[in-house]
Design a protein around this ligand. Structure first.
Ligand code: CTP
Length: 207
């Protein structure tokens, strides 16, 4: 299969030197890409800025912002059979990007105005047809209700529920919920092992 994977954080610029970002390392997305490659799939990895080495054999599209990520994903989604939305996309971006560095004397940004970013996973999964869409739900509480809501609202086949401690950590656990009502607890394990089990769970043993 040809599989599209989003990974890493996004950076939403404020001026030429500053951005809004988050703590995502990209490790989970890159591990999923590696697990897919190891099973013989073709992988397009659309990644925000990370310090990770791209897995060997992957087609890498490096992007910075959420909107760039959506554009790159749209281009590839037409020819892909499955999607793993793993990126920690910023939900908001600054309403204005200053062409020059904002000065503290100017008092321009005492209040930062933000506008919504597109939801990449939901946008792509809307037109998925029979293709497979896998997403994550990063929740700070127990999160089960929210994860099930995202599974349904974003038209996904699978959603993996995890907590904020997963960002940047090496060992974590996941609860993987299927649109068919299935419920799997994976881990605790390192992200490489977790990614392999996750891919096997989502694609079944035939793929
Ligand atoms: N996602 C995305 N584009 C966005 C936001 C999220 O593709 N702009 C994807 C993530 O890759 C993840 C899933 O949607 O697979 C859920 O992300 P999460 O941050 O848990 O939830 P949100 O939908 O952003 O909702 P909220 O922040 O309100 O919990």
């Amino acid at each position: 299969m040809r599989v599209l994977v989003t990974a890493g954080p996004t950076r939403e610029p404020l001026d030429p030197v500053r951005f809004l970002g988050n703590r995502s390392s990209g490790r989970m997305g890159y591990s999923i890409a590696r697990a897919l490659l190891a099973r013989g799939h073709e992988v397009i990895l659309v990644s925000g800025p990370t310090s990770l080495k791209p897995p060997k054999g992957v087609v890498l599209e490096a992007v910075e912002t959420g909107r760039q990520m959506l554009t790159a994903c749209r281009k590839h989604w037409k020819t892909c059979d499955a999607l793993f939305g793993v990126a920690a996309v910023a939900d908001y971006r600054p309403a204005k990007v200053s062409k020059r560095k904002l000065k503290k004397t100017e008092n321009v940004s005492k209040t930062l105005e933000l506008v919504s970013n597109p939801d990449i996973l939901a946008t792509l999964a809307r037109s998925k047809g029979k293709r497979l869409a896998f997403g994550f739900a990063l929740e700070s509480g127990s999160g089960l209700t929210e994860a099930l809501r995202k599974l349904r609202d974003k038209n996904l086949d699978w959603i993996a529920l995890n907590g904020p401690e997963a960002q940047g950590s090496k060992i974590s656990s996941l609860r993987v919920l299927g649109a068919d009502g299935s419920d799997h607890l994976l881990g605790p394990a390192n992200k490489e092992a977790l990614a392999r089990t996750l891919v096997r769970t989502a694609l079944g043993s035939n793929y």
